[in-house]
Design a protein around this ligand. Structure first.
Ligand SMILES: [Zn+2]
Length: 148
């Protein structure tokens, strides 16, 4: 059955198969880096595994480490490029509710500059309120127990 997570519907696998146009920056055995078709700002890049991996859990740890390492190099390349870039956001949306739209896990590398108008939206009254220590300790315990 074909689902939103399936390889058959995956626009990034089509790119990797040479079936869709792409402005490729870098590729090796594990990953590819290309220019985002719908950029937040010019120079917005995507780092993706070379294999179909719908969610972060499906990406091999070694590939994820390599993705971060390459994102560091792309950050430097953006800062040296002459494109507007005073800072960089790395962003991975894992799951639809987190903003994932293409279900082939990918890391955004987004050049940022003052006044670009991009950013997380939040409600000051609801988010970033100081938590209480006992609840923080409970959360830490839950996550310690689930961590392996
Ligand atoms: Zn894919």
């Amino acid at each position: 059955m074909s689902t939103k997570e399936s390889k058959e519907n995956c626009v990034f696998c089509k790119i990797l198969a040479g079936e869709s146009p792409v402005s490729m920056i870098y590729e090796d055995e594990q990953l590819a880096v290309f220019v985002d078709l719908f950029p937040v700002n010019e120079g917005h890049l995507l780092v993706i595994p070379k294999y179909h991996a719908p969610y972060m859990k499906d990406v091999q740890a070694e590939t994820l480490q390599h993705m971060i390492s390459i994102a560091q190099k792309m950050n430097a390349a953006l800062r040296a490029s002459g494109l507007p870039c005073e800072g960089v956001n790395l962003f991975m949306a894992d799951g639809e509710v987190a903003g994932q739209e293409v279900f082939h896990s990918h890391l955004h590398v987004i050049p940022r500059f003052r006044g670009d108008g991009f950013g997380f939206r939040y409600d000051r009254a609801r988010h970033f309120r100081q938590s209480d220590r006992s609840r923080m300790d409970e959360i830490a315990e839950v996550l310690k127990n689930g961590f392996s």
